[in-house]
Design a protein around this ligand. Structure first.
Ligand code: HEC
Length: 107
């Protein structure tokens, strides 16, 4: 089950690069960020963050590889900023978020 999930994730990444419609883990990850993070952070390939101090995720992934954020997402991101609520994401959403953030890295 788990292995099959990751195999799907890898092929979705290739599809995303080819510009095909997103689905599977990448889309799940995008939705997780959209619902929890997008009121402050720009989550896409372009556009400014709604919160002026929140870095767009496409810049965050230049500083931290998406895999480095995985642990923070699982344990709760607090970072050093008072405005940001603590988030703890379920494992399947974290896999999706990492897959989605990796699509930003390649751009
Ligand atoms: C209420 C607004 C708000 C929300 C919602 C929010 N953030 Fe943030 N986030 C910020 C701000 C503001 C900063 C910049 C803080 C700073 O520079 O000290 C930031 C910074 C970050 C950073 C960079 C930390 C660093 O050390 O450079 C990461 C990663 C991050 N947020 C992830 C997330 C994720 C993932 C979510 C959704 C699960 C999220 N944020 C939701 C406001 C928010």
């Amino acid at each position: 089950m788990r292995t099959a999930f990751f195999a799907v994730g890898a092929s979705v990444g290739l599809l995303a690069e080819a510009g095909a419609a997103l689905s599977g883990p990448v889309e799940l990850g995008r939705e997780a960020l959209e619902s929890r993070c997008s009121r402050c952070h720009a989550i896409g390939a372009e556009g400014a963050s709604p919160h002026s101090e929140a870095p767009p995720f496409r810049d965050v992934v230049k500083r931290y590889p998406p895999e480095a954020l995985e642990e923070s997402l699982a344990e709760g991101i607090t970072s050093g900023h008072p405005d940001m609520p603590e988030f703890v994401l379920p494992p399947e959403e974290i896999d999706g978020v990492v897959a989605y953030l990796n699509t930003l890295v390649t751009k």
